[in-house]
Design a protein around this ligand. Sequence first.
Ligand code: FAD
Length: 393
Amino acid sequence: MSNKTSNKTSIDHEDQPQANNSFWDIIRYVSIIVLLAVGIWYYYSQKPLVLTAQETRGMTMGTDYSVKVADFVKETDHRVWENIEVKIQQRLDGIDRAMSTYRADSEVSRFNNSDSTDWFNVSKDTAEVIHTALEISRLTEGAFDITVSPLVDLWGFGANQQADLTFKDLEEKTIRIKPKIGYDKLEVRLQPPAIKKSIPELRIDLSAIAKGYAVDCVAILLEENGFANFMVEVGGEVRCRGYKGISSNYKATSHNWIIGIEKPFIVSPDGFSGLQRKLPINDLALATSGDYQSYREINGVRYSHFIDPRTGFPTEYLAAGEPKPVERLGSVSVITERCIHADAWATAFFVLGEHKGLELAEKHGIAVLFLFRTEQKDQPVREAASTTFPKGE
Ligand code: FAD
């Protein structure tokens, strides 16, 4: 047997205990490192969940917004909230940039100022909002109609308000403009997103629906980032999910978000007339349209910013000889799953009024509450609600 073989063997054999040791040393070191890494990972993954109440506020679409979350986050995740605040403002700014009639460079303003009757490309957001608007126009037989824009401006409520006109001018101009509105003159295409007018003068105003859409977009953003207990509000349109979650002593509670419906009285500009109802809102949206924040007095009559597309006039307009009503519709509140629907239906029901409105609400199972100012001392506010509207507190 040659030495070589024995040497190889001996070499193998002589070094065998040493190679063995270094192999097991390596295994030992690697195991310690792996155990350490698992320990650190486990420590951070088991970081106690803390209940955090976060709130952010800001401005958008000429009004304010607020977002409150009451959620469990891992202690180490607080930085998540800073990112969310930025994303919320960016999302709202994007909707404003696309849909505002107060910005000349928005898609809606450029569409309004164009007299082309070809397809006009818009963002997915704008196409989705207009698609929903046209759907609700059809369901309300035209009581909701975003093409009322020139009449909203004429009566002094929109972005392009007309200078002071006499009442007679207003009546004559309304009759002249009326044939140039109508949701039947507007088409929308979702893919690729675009809108089209059938007459060059057609103009649209998304004030009655875009804020509701913005609330839904922020709610989706929060859900995508793992939040399950929050309240989102833009200009009075609200959507709540889960529970309020935080009691005063920072303990987890299962209290619903409670949203108040104001009494429909005109008080000082930033005044508050008290609550008519307090409602638990859980995984739903609530929108209110009222005549007490945006109105104009002409010849002693108060005209709100709601235009009846079927007449062309504000809903309070009385034709010659029509008797003055004994009570005035002050506000309409609607509860639906998505805020875009609550926002648009609230405006539609304000235009439709109590009887036609309740008939449609019962037909489509929509929760709606009408509040009337009655001028009666013992019952200053009269309520009329659909069967699905909650009693509340
Ligand atoms: P709602 O009660 O929800 O709806 C009433 C509004 O809907 C009316 O003002 C009118 O515009 C429209 N309308 C009236 N009749 C009808 C009808 N029959 N069908 C459909 N629509 C109708 N305001 C500013 O002052 N500055 C701004 O910079 C500004 N930017 C905006 C940007 C965007 C994208 C939007 C959507 C609105 C913006 N606004 C701005 C308007 C403001 O935010 C509110 O929309 C407006 O004050 C009405 O709010 P509201 O909830 O009272 O309206």
